[in-house]
Every structure is written in C-alpha cells, then in structure tokens.
Write a protein that binds this ligand. Structure first.
Ligand code: ASP
Length: 457
C-alpha cells in the first residue's frame, strides 16, 4: 500500500484533478491512499474571508466566499460532478451555508479566534476531497471519502495543533481497516484534525505532507509520494539560482534539515513519522508523472560533492544574551531555554561564548515578553531582518576543507553567527537578510560547479 499526497497546485483545477485520477489509476495495483490539500490557494482565500468578516466587512467576506464556491463548483462541473441535485452538490451547499454562518458570526463579534480560523480553513480540504472521491468513482476507481477528523487527534493549539500520536495511530488503523479491506481507495484530507473533544483543528500551514506521513507510518505504507508542482528537491531555490540542480537521492536527515531551513517542498515535520518507520518518500511532479523526482531514503548514497544542498530561511531574529554571571557558572543555558520553552517558541541556531549566548528565532509574537524575562538573567539585545543560510549534507563532517570552501565563498559577506551542530549534517551561517541572494549564489557556485551525476541531474 502506498500514500499519494497531492498539494494545492496538484488539485487546483479540473485538469490537475484529471491528472490525479490518471496517477492513481496507473498505481492501482499498489493500493493507493489519496491524501489531499485544498484546491490551489483555497486555504489562503478562506483565511482572507475569515479576517475580512472579523473586520466587520460582512458583505465583502460573503462575496469572497461566493467566489470560492463558484470556483469549486466550476471545476467540479467541468468534471461532470455536482451538475445535478446529488449528494456532492448538497454537501457543497451545506458547507458554504455553514461558512456563511461563520462569516455572520465573525462580523457580529468582530474577533477572529484561532479556533474559528481552523474551523474555516478546514473546509478547503473537505471540499477538495469531496470532489476527488466522486471523480475517482466516476473514473471507475471505487473510492471512499474519509473524515480526517476521525483519525488525526490533536492537542488544542489551534492553527498549529500537534497530533497525539498514540490516539491518532490507533484511530487510523481502526478507520482505514474496513475501507482497505473493501478494496476501495481511501480519500483523506490533509492538514485537518480534531481535539479529543471533537473540535476541528489544523496542524500548521503546509501540514498535508505531515498528514500523509502520519497515515503512511500508522499503516506501514511501502512508499509515500508527495505530488507537487516541482521536479523534486533542488540543490537550492531555483528562483534564486538558475542552475540549481535536481537531487535524485537524498537521505532523511538531509531532507529534514532542508525542509526545516526553508526548502519549500516539504513540511519540516513530515519526515519524522516516515523516518521512524523507514518508509521511503518520493517527491514527484504531478504535471510530469513519469519524471523520477527525488527519493528520500534511509540509506546514505555515495556522493562526490561535499554537500547536497543550500537552504535558507529569512526574516529571522537574533537574540543576544550577555551576562558576566554566566562565566564559569552552570545552569545558565537551562534558564534561558526554559524561558523559550515557557512561551513555546522554537530556537533554531545557537552559539555560545563564556559570557554570551546568541540564538535565533523565527517567531516574534511573544518576543517582548521573552525579552523581559531574559533581562532578569542578563543584558539582552535583539537584531531583526537576519537570515539563516546553511549548507546541508551527510558528508559535512567528513570533508576536510569544507568550511574553507564555504568561508571563501562568503568572504565579502558579514557573518553574524556560525554553527556546526553535533549531527554535523549542516554548517550554518546567520547573515543580513539583504545578503541572502548573493550568499546563496556564491555558495552554490562554490559547491556545485561540477556535480556527481549519480546524485544530481
Ligand atoms: N491547505 C493547507 C495549506 O495551504 C495545507 C497544505 O496544503 O498542506 O497550508
């Protein structure tokens, strides 16, 4: 059995949906499970509706909502779906009626809570999968529309809820068993879940990959396919460097590192459930179904290039904490990290000296409170508009002279922090945001002038 996850652009319109049906048909023998995102930019549009409504602009919000409905109905009808008064039309009507009620409520209250945000966003995936399940049926591929909220059980951190793995795995096994036994193709929503009390949640933007990995891991899938609109994972952002190469094979560790530091192809956490179960993940282009894409696997592949890719993440904030009390003291770092933990703010890069700690965060919503607490420990200063750029590769630790190549490439750029972690899979630099294009290009030139054809295209 395999899990085929389709991202927003791979289900954006009738043509894309027909390609999806073709992809599923050609893999029928492998017993596919479909996990889908919302169609195109639907999630963004729904969130826009919610925000507009909460600003009291009820009419504007209802108009936006009507457009979303037209788009869904329009694409569905091109596929011969929802043309008559059938179950699909009825469900679409019900969903939009519920959303209009939400809009009215939001406009009256003038406030948008994370919980309502999730309720609104959930309709995107519910609509796309409703259409997909019917399409597959019409195409002679018996399908069963499932409700992810019966399976993905999360905590109540709305908008980025964390799945409760034990409950979720048990629910997935229970819900999928009869469907798989019946031979039907399960069609499942990415991104959404529910709390133990039954309130709809979402697991963070781009979370459908994560859903796919959770489902794949729970059911011991043979393969997880992430269908996107790119050819696979690239050596760097192709918008920034024209001759970025496709990576044929990459290890889980490398892919996770890349995802985390900004390669837009995968959700950072996606990899974790797949890694645990050693399930290979393929990143594929739904517009070119025969293209080989990128294989993410557990086995390290030999590679002549010292690194596999260069990733970056902009809009980072550096927090510097200086205290002479830290000199020769212990427990100091613990105090600092406890503060970040208390506010549930993840820290990306850390560098320490005897009297100072520098760290980076990409979330600044609680920063003022965090700084106030840190000031009880030492002097604090904050620098915004920074970027992390990192060279990623399983070989980073073993290649002599690798830092030399990186430093030479960056010789004209002011480097604010450097870190090479114990896992030694990346070497990371923190620089000014506006230096990113230059830094990424220089590093790419330095490391990928020649490429190993076994690993790169
Ligand atoms: N539809 C959600 C989003 O746009 C989840 C996903 O596509 O992965 O973030």
């Amino acid at each position: 059995m395999i899990v085929c996850k389709f991202g927003g652009s791979s289900v954006q319109d009738a043509d894309a949906l027909m390609r999806l049906a073709g992809i599923i048909r050609s893999q029928r023998e492998q017993k596919p499970i479909v996990v889908s995102s919302a169609m195109g930019k639907t999630t963004n549009n729904l969130l826009e509706v919610a925000r507009t409504a909460a600003q009291g602009k009820k009419k504007e919000a209802l108009d936006l909502l009507a457009k979303i409905k037209d788009r869904h109905l329009g694409e569905a009808r091109k596929l011969g779906i929802a043309v008559a008064e059938d179950q699909v039309s009825e469900t679409i009507n019900t969903y939009f009626k519920e959303m209009r009620d939400l809009v009215r409520g939001l406009a009256a209250l003038g406030e948008l809570t994370p919980r309502i945000t999730d309720a609104m966003a959930s309709y995107g995936e519910r609509l796309s999968t409703l259409i997909i399940a019917r399409l597959l049926e019409n195409e002679g591929l018996p399908a069963e529309l499932m409700d992810a909220r019966e399976c993905i059980i999360t905590d109540d951190r709305f908008t980025r809820a964390a799945p409760l793995f034990d409950l979720t795995e048990a629910a997935i096994v229970e819900q999928f068993r009869p469907v798989l036994r019946s031979g039907k193709i399960p069609v499942f929503q990415g991104f959404i879940g529910r709390t133990r009390d039954g309130i709809t949640t979402t697991i963070g933007r781009g979370g459908s990959d994560f859903t796919a990995a959770i489902v794949g891991a729970a059911l011991d899938a043979e393969d997880i396919q992430i269908w996107t609109d790119v050819d696979g994972i690239m050596t760097t952002d192709p918008h920034m460097v024209e001759d970025a190469r496709r990576i044929r094979v990459i290890s889980f560790n490398e892919a996770a590192e890349l995802a985390y530091f900004g390669a837009k192809v995968l959700h950072p956490a996606t990899i974790i459930p797949a890694v645990r179960k050693k399930i290979p993940v393929h990143v594929l282009n739904s517009s070119k179904p025969d293209h080989e894409g990128t294989l993410i696997t557990n086995e390290a592949a030999c590679c002549d290039n010292p690194i596999k890719a260069i990733a970056y993440k902009s809009g980072i904030t550096v927090v510097n904490i200086t205290s002479t009390r830290m000199f020769m003291a212990y427990g100091f770092l613990k105090k600092i990290f406890e503060i970040f933990e208390q506010y549930k703010v993840p820290v990306d890069v850390v560098a320490t000296s005897e009297v100072s700690v520098s760290l980076t965060v990409d979330e600044t919503s609680n920063l003022e409170d965090i700084v106030a607490d840190l000031r009880k420990i030492g002097e604090v200063n904050i620098e915004g508009s920074k970027s992390i750029v990192c060279c990623v590769g399983d070989n980073v630790r073993n290649v002599p002279g690798l830092p030399y190549i990186a430093f030479s490439a960056l010789r004209d750029i002011r480097i604010q922090m450097i870190s090479q972690g114990a896992s030694a899979i990346n070497i990371t630099f923190v620089i000014d945001d506006d230096q990113i294009p230059k830094a990424v290009r220089k590093l790419h030139d330095a490391f990928f002038q020649k490429v190993d054809p076994r690993i790169f295209e």
